[in-house]
Design a protein around this ligand. Structure first.
Ligand SMILES: C[S@@+](CC[C@H](N)C(=O)[O-])C[C@H]1O[C@@H](n2cnc3c(N)ncnc32)[C@H](O)[C@@H]1O
Length: 288
């Protein structure tokens, strides 16, 4: 299952064997979407099923934008569930992979910090696996929400799933200590060492991840960051941008433990690692 990968976007796919050792500006997972799916498998399409469940529970129309669609697997799941889906991402490598491996949706390049894919063009925007947290600054958050507001029809839904800034309060055990991981892709062992630090001034969770492989390539260091977004901020931001908050909770969801499954209803707390946000554009919904 995908979980908050290093996702600084780069324009050109780079095979593992030709990666630059410094990793400057490059991103192993964004550049290699196949590796991303191998590293974070979601064979049961849990994230897509959860998103579809949210759409159904709130009676959303067919037109869905998956912002930060990554490899396209959630967008394709929603397409197969009968939605008319557009997947948008900034990474050309991800979009190329999505078109080839998860056909059905339209795939377009767009920046979540500010985008215009047509006024009222969608009945719902979904933004999964902490993609929203690549809005690091208040201006970027405002840009994202005003773009969603413009993209959505009156009564349209915003569905987001991401890490919870509040979870890191008082959790020094999660910070400043390298965590090791290892997996095999196409016969090559990939090892990563990940260190999280809190940048209190910027209100960011910064991550340094060093990749090594057993194919002779040098180590690749990648840095990325998520906005530390707190539940109270989410409430205030949504209200300021003309959204009515329908649900804000820490699970169950596609990346919680235990995970969501069909029939489970949203919780009421906002304490744990993941935040799930459902909000509706204020305004009358058009009659069919
Ligand atoms: C953690 S992945 C999540 C992908 C997918 N939503 C999923 O759940 O599997 C984050 C995605 O956001 C994309 N991304 C990062 N910054 C972006 C930006 N400014 N605009 C659009 N997409 C962006 C990355 O290319 C990547 O595909």
């Amino acid at each position: 299952m995908a979980s908050d990968t290093d996702m600084a976007v780069t324009p050109t796919p780079t095979p593992a064997s030709t990666r630059t050792p410094t990793g400057a500006g490059r991103n192993l997972l964004t550049d290699n979407p196949g590796l991303y799916e191998a590293r974070f498998p979601d064979a049961g399409r849990l994230a897509g099923r959860w998103a579809e469940d949210c759409l159904r529970r709130h009676d959303a129309g067919r037109r869905v934008l998956d912002m930060g669609c990554g490899t396209g697997r959630d967008a394709a799941h929603l397409h197969h569930a009968g939605r008319r889906v557009t997947g948008a991402d900034l990474s050309e490598a991800m979009l190329t992979h999505a078109r080839a491996h998860h056909p059905g949706p339209a795939y377009v390049r767009a920046d979540l910090h500010r985008f215009d894919l047509g006024q009222g063009a969608f009945d719902a925007v979904v933004c999964l696996d902490s993609t929203l947290l690549y809005c690091h600054t208040d201006d970027q958050l405002d840009g994202f929400l005003s773009s969603c507001r413009r993209a959505l029809t009156p009564g349209g839904l915003l569905i987001a799933e991401m890490r919870n800034g509040a979870y890191f309060l008082g959790r020094g055990d999660l910070l400043d200590a390298p965590a090791a991981d290892e997996f095999t892709w196409r016969g090559t062992v990939h090892r990563s060492t990940t260190t999280l630090t809190v940048d209190r001034t910027a209100q960011l969770l910064r991550r340094t991840r060093v990749w090594t492989t057993d194919d002779g390539a040098g180590p690749v260091e990648q840095r990325s960051a998520w906005r530390l977004l707190f539940p109270g901020e989410v409430r205030r931001l949504l209200a300021a941008h003309g959204f009515e908050l329908l649900e804000l909770h820490d699970g169950p969801g596609p990346r919680t433990e235990p995970p969501w499954h069909e029939g489970l209803l949203p919780g009421r707390t906002t304490d744990a690692d993941r935040l799930h946000v459902l909000a509706r554009v204020v305004g009358d919904r058009p009659t069919a």
